[in-house]
Design a protein around this ligand. Sequence first.
Ligand code: HEM
Length: 321
Amino acid sequence: MKNKNDIDLQISKLEEKYKNSGQDLGAYLDGLLYSKYLTYWDYIHLDTLLSLQIPRTHFPDEEIFIMYHQITELYFKLILHEQKQLVDDKTQDVDFFIEKARRINSYFKVLISSFSVMINGMEREQFLQYRMALLPASGFQSAQYRMIELYSTPMKNLVHYTEREQFSSKDEIEDLYEHIYWKKGATDLKTGEKTLTLKQFEYRYTPRLIRIAKQVENNTIYAKYQNLSLKDQENETLKKALKDLDSNANINWPLMHMGSAYKYLSKEKKTYDSTGGTNWKDYLPPSFQKVIFFPELYTKDELNDWGKQWIDHIFNPEKSL
Ligand code: HEM
């Protein structure tokens, strides 16, 4: 407990603070007198949080599906929280860079290791039934997943890899955006018709994603790395942290996720259609998309083999990582 002198000192500091902003300390002290003590449940809005799991069917495992998506979105938010600080940082301090990348990797690792909640934690029969009530919604529509990509690397590196070399980072953001890999994945290549899942997503998020891409143009995490001094760019701890980030975001998480698609949606010689309507066996494998945030950090062979070393994974997803 503070003694009387300490309290007097605090009151005079408070008087000073409130006087400086033209406020009456006495009125604020009344407020303090009448206000309730804070509780844990109010602080973290627990009742609201626990009221957000609202299944659309009566299958009990649907709640697991909802909650695990929500948990993942919260981790995506943690990742973005670190990415934004990195992008805003003006100091270009290499230790700060390493620490932010380390945190991002630790969040990804939680997501990668916990994906068993999806792969082994739901009854397939329930999944195949309740998912029909979720059409045409798909994790494909996760805007935070796309934002993590946009903060990481120039939009040119997100262009579908068959077209990537036709573009440069100097091209207009809007032009690059039209050729981004995930749009191609959700478009019927013969007719040019976009899936409803993609149309909904574009209508809701295109302006926001374009705004973010413009805001971080020449200032993505990759650009920040390239603007470090040559000595800092050679920092082995930083290089490793960024390569780990690339593998976590673009190989390890996608493969764990793809393992769940194989578990639930493949059936001997045929596959079930996904809710988002992509040709998912061609769309989900990292080696088919070759999304690489920091390409300069790899040799030609490493770039060519991106994701290939993990082919076994689909047959034994949890053991291969
Ligand atoms: C049983 C579990 C899951 C299955 C079977 C599954 C299946 C799929 C499929 C087939 C796609 C391709 C798009 C489509 O055609 O719908 C997809 C995309 C996606 N899903 Fe899932 N998913 C599962 C769980 C999750 C979870 C827990 C998340 C967490 C947010 C998630 C996030 C995503 C994202 C971000 C994409 C887009 C990936 C990309 O564009 O590369 N999925 N999912």
